[in-house]
Design a protein around this ligand. Structure first.
Ligand code: PMV
Length: 326
């Protein structure tokens, strides 16, 4: 009744922003992402009749009562599927260097879902696991399958699931995370998802995002990097246009974010194929092909606004491992 799983964080090229069902976390649009090699959560879960209460422990980090309750609510979902009533001990550890602003909720709920399912020996398919991880924390469903992943918005909980559209080896891309402000954590997105419709640009996003998804998947299939990059950057700017015009406005960019965006646009104009995407924080994910990694890292190192970089390759999804955390 004890198992350990590890799962990557992911970066979305077509973003998930807005929900049609808050409790089930059904998204307003389908999204597309890449799993990140250098940002993982590892979690061990044990169920035992010897435990008198559920215990959650974060190694090297503090957790809040709200985080504890959200984790236990997820364990309850799995316990009820498996028909098990034993208490659990959950120990979890993030690999991320501090201050990157990468959220641990995607990798965390993916690792938690798989570790608990393995410990309970629950007969769940990968599709089932993505559905459960989604209820735990939206974009966590994209951290279950391997490599490059599409999360179909679906029409119900059973159909809003994620699947791999390419292994980690399919395309040698890089997400070079350029940290411009290590003191700013990723700002929680839960409330932002709720107020999307207050933006005058929301309907335009809804009307265009599925077409962008189809276009980027075609560029992905052809490994057409320039088209791929153009579309992912367009989707990032489109999501931030909605965020910035919501009530209350969500402005995640700082002066350093803007300076870096301008540099990347300039490098591209001078012939270096490089694009950016940004989530709910100030740091910039710089996307390029593996062959240009060194050049891009050198250029980023030369900018005063960049404090450090974290080079991510595409990575496999959530999987069980033999080394337990306790
Ligand atoms: O899963 P959440 O609630 O953290 O939402 C993710 C929102 C973005 O990171 C901004 C976009 C995405 O698709 O990852």
């Amino acid at each position: 009744m004890k198992a350990t799983a590890t799962a990557p964080a992911n970066i979305a090229f077509i973003k998930y922003w807005g929900k049609t069902d808050s409790e089930l976390r059904l998204p307003a649009n389908s999204s597309f992402s890449m799993n990140l090699s250098e940002a993982r959560t590892t979690t061990t879960v044990e169920f035992s009749s010897n435990y008198t209460k559920d215990v959650v422990q974060f190694i090297g980090e503090k957790s809040t009562p709200a985080e504890h309750d959200r984790i236990i609510a997820h364990i309850d979902r799995l316990r009820s599927i498996a028909g098990n009533r034993e208490q659990a001990r959950i120990v979890t550890q993030n690999s991320f260097p501090k201050g990157t602003g990468i959220a641990s909720s995607a990798s965390g709920f993916a690792a938690l879902t798989l570790a608990a399912a393995l410990a309970l020996d629950a007969p769940l398919t990968q599709n089932d696991l993505t559905m459960l991880a989604r209820i735990g924390s939206g974009s966590a469903c994209r951290s279950i399958p391997d490599g490059f992943v599409v999360w179909e918005k679906g029409t119900s909980s059973a159909t809003s699931t994620a699947r791999s559209v390419g292994s980690a080896e399919y395309w040698d891309l890089r997400d070079i995370l350029a940290v411009v402000d290590p003191t700013m954590k990723k700002v929680p997105t839960t409330e932002g998802h709720e107020t999307v419709a207050t933006s005058p640009h929301w309907n335009d996003r809804l009307a265009s995002v599925e077409g962008r998804l189809r276009a980027i998947l075609s560029a992905f299939k052809d490994k057409n990097f320039d088209l791929f990059g153009r579309i992912l950057e367009e989707d990032c700017l489109d999501m931030h246009k909605v965020m910035q015009s919501q009530v209350p406005p969500l402005v995640y960019w700082t002066e350093e974010t803007r300076a870096l965006m301008r540099s990347i646009i300039g490098w591209r104009a001078s012939g270096l194929p490089v694009y950016f995407t940004i989530d709910a924080g100030p740091n910039v994910h710089v996307i390029c092909e593996g062959k240009n990694e060194k050049t891009v890292v050198n250029r980023l190192d030369g900018l005063a606004c960049v404090q450090f970089v974290l080079v991510n390759r595409p990575s496999q999804g959530a999987h069980g491992i033999d080394t337990h955390l306790f």
